[in-house]
Ligand binder design. Sequence first.
Ligand SMILES: [Zn+2]
Length: 397
Amino acid sequence: MSSPTADLNWRQVHHVDSTIVDLHAHPALKISLFDKVFTAPFHAHGAFNPFSFESSFPNLQQGSVDVLLSVIYAPERQIVTQEAPVLKTLRYLRPGLWRKVFEGSYFDVANHMLDDLERAAAAAADPATGRPQVQVVRSRAELDALLAQGNNRPIAMIHCLEGAHSLNRGPTTTTEQLLASLEHFHRRGVAYITLAHFFENEVVHPCFPWPEDIQKLNFFRSERDVTAGLKPAGRDVIERMIELGMLIDLSHCTPPARAHIYDIVGQRAPLLMTHVGAYSLNPDPYNPQDWELRKIADSGGMVGVIFMPYWLTPHAGKRGLNAIVQTLRHFVDVAGIEHVGIGTDFDGFIDPPDDLPDAAHLERLTQRLLIEHFTPQQIAQIWGGNALRVLRQGWGR
Ligand SMILES: [Zn+2]
């Protein structure tokens, strides 16, 4: 166990020396839905702001992020049809957005959002030199080649999908079409799919997703059946993902679906829960129980702590760094240091903690881990070493 030091530079060195990997963030939502400019600075303030841009390029750069697993979410139409009919006004208020998001198949919407993100990454080139500052990498070989470039290399961006509904090409999608969509997204470089999201899809049932303060607005009101699990097509999708080398993210799946998937996958592929808290600290069906943390570790996979106090601790307040550290400590104690990482969920319309409001402030977590007696080597594992190992082990065949 190393001793903490009061030397500020020493702390900074340990942050910058780690390869920083965020397992789960959503810059694409802000770029695709709100036409946010990736390179525009955004400074977070305390109040929840759906138009914030926590994972903007300047914030990622300031936080020394090396690899961003950038997650595409094609908004599910039940948000408008079932839960918040008031959003139907978007058809008239933002007709362009409405057409983009609510017309065409989820498969098409997800592909358009991937196109938007790739354009944004290309446009983030250094204005003075023209050198790329963000580069989409589509395989572990491309990732390793980029990381080998040394300092001043571009940020690596890796495509991921949230919600298997994005495999859906229309009202009569068959299992064969879902599998063809998987192969398409694998060729586009998608590293993992979070199988569930807000609503039941062709593959699996989800947990209840909305934070309490949003529920209090009486805005989102439906319930979820957390006793429902994996669907028959889900098994085929999982088998094909293992064959292709697409990682499986169990975040948002119901507990019975997760239990079923641990049995199906066993140790054949590293499993992920990219953006969660710990059930032992905050007993919500969304969070993995301790036996699940051990199953994920047994698969060679990993669990990422989310930066949203609501999932980490009951009666969450505005600050969250304490709960993030406490959750990391629990994950390490139960799953082992090799199986723990960070999945901020920045820009996923979350309310990040006031003491860690955006990617520019990530060094604050390194500072806290140092004074909590995590060693520099453990901090490097949590920040990115474990994620790189899982990507090299499970992405592609
Ligand atoms: Zn999510």
